[in-house]
Design a protein around this ligand. Structure first.
Ligand code: MLT
Length: 409
């Protein structure tokens, strides 16, 4: 008799973004002809950089000929791409070896799968609010008890609240934890951790032999040179941190799919000497995954070339201009806004303490704007709403005009 993984039954609600899409679709069906402005999911809208497109085309062309055709590549990713990633770290004075870089189909997969190399008894700690993948994958893996509908938390997870009073970066956990998920620039709050803030966590993790899983998927949006783009800019982080990153937002690969993780050989835990976790991740990936698309890896390398970097930067700048438009628009309506300076998300406080989903519905109903309710990212997100800067300029401007014209306060 087959049985199911009953941990899935613990999952509170459906995954956040399909639920938003369902509500937006229901509204559109009920109101045909109404134009919806989408500032919800962080999905890119600008075309790929020309150098990336050329590299993808050339790679496809090579596959069309017998003498240049290639099949399976290295499980950990093509060497030329790992070299390009290593060189990008080197510019930040971070030294990573090629066999510490694992190319994948994106940061979502890696941040979900990485927990499989850790024991079931590990206590995990997450920022609250957080990208839902960190919590949901640990629930699926059986590291939690059931969901408490009153607290909005899973028993067994340590939630580290991020709110206005701590600049949306958590204090160190008061109890001992083993796996700590940190995301900077943060999804959803748009807050960026300083070197000092990360140093505290690195010191904590080294002391307790805990591991930090650092999601840097939005690092390309940091323009303030003082802010760290990688956790490895913090001394000692190579002994206690895994970093996940992505081409999705920096190069518009949300549909193309490409990302990478760094698992340093110097990373250690109580029962894992140097190189062990690196070997486990290689073992996991080579069993479950046959490598990222070869065509796409050429696209990724082009995005990291000097010309590709300039082109991608122009796209990042375009989104950051959207972020300013959103932030200025909301601020002028009297909403308290956070993020949006070095991150493509604006985290706005709902007016008069309205609940996140109620404000989501109100924005949809009155202004026809799709957003993301803060409570979907965890209980500390209640009373906030997230706006994504990844829309097209015209639709971002129309969304803000519609909010100004139609939102009843
Ligand atoms: C988001 O909107 O939070 C992101 O697009 C989700 C993701 O990157 O998977």
């Amino acid at each position: 008799m087959a049985t199911i993984n009953i941990n899935y039954d613990k999952l509170g609600a459906g995954y956040l973004f399909p639920e938003i899409a369902r509500r937006a679709k229901a509204f559109a069906e009920k109101h045909p002809g109404v134009e919806l402005h989408r500032l919800g999911i962080g999905d890119t809208t600008q075309p790929l950089a020309p150098s990336v497109v050329r590299a993808l085309q050339d790679a496809a062309e090579r596959l069309s000929k017998g003498d240049t055709y290639t099949g399976y590549g290295d499980y950990e990713g093509e060497k030329f791409l790992r070299e390009a990633i290593r060189d990008a770290y080197r510019e930040r004075k971070v030294e990573i070896e090629l066999d510490e870089i694992f190319v994948s189909d994106g940061a979502k997969s890696d941040s979900g799968n990485i927990q499989t190399i850790f024991g079931p008894e590990n206590i995990i700690a997450v920022q609250d609010p957080a990208y839902p993948v960190y919590v949901d994958t640990n629930v699926m893996a059986g590291r939690t008890e059931s969901f408490n509908t009153v607290t909005g938390q899973y028993a067994g997870i340590v939630y580290m609240p991020c709110h206005e009073h701590n600049d949306f970066f958590p204090e160190l956990p008061s109890e001992k934890v083993d796996l700590i998920y940190l995301c900077s620039p943060n999804n959803p709050t748009g807050a960026v951790a300083t070197k000092q803030q990360l140093t505290q966590f690195v010191e904590y993790a080294r002391q307790l032999k805990a591991v930090i899983i650092f999601d840097a998927a939005y690092s390309a949006f940091i323009s303030d040179a003082r802010l760290p783009r990688s956790i490895y800019e913090i001394p000692g982080a190579d002994e206690c941190a895994i970093e996940v990153n992505s081409f999705s937002k920096s190069a518009g690969f949300t549909g193309v799919r490409l990302g990478w993780s760094v698992v340093p050989k110097s990373l250690i835990t109580e029962d894992a000497p140097a190189s062990k976790l690196n070997a486990l991740w290689y073992r996991r990936q080579s069993t479950f995954f046959n490598g990222a698309s070869n065509i796409v890896q050429y696209g990724g390398a082009a995005a990291l070339s000097p010309k590709g970097r300039r082109e991608c930067q122009a796209i990042v700048d375009y989104y950051m201009q959207n972020a300013r438009i959103i932030r200025d628009g909301l601020t002028s309506l009297g909403l308290a806004c956070f993020g949006g300076d070095n991150a493509p998300y604006i985290w706005a406080k709902t007016p008069n303490g309205v609940r996140s989903w109620d404000f989501f519905d109100k924005l949809l109903r009155e202004a026809h704007v799709v957003t993301t309710p803060g409570s979907g990212f965890g209980p500390a997100g209640e009373g906030f709403i997230r706006f994504s800067a990844f829309g097209r300029r015209e639709s971002t401007e129309r969304a803000m005009a519609s909010i100004r014209a139609h939102l009843k306060t």
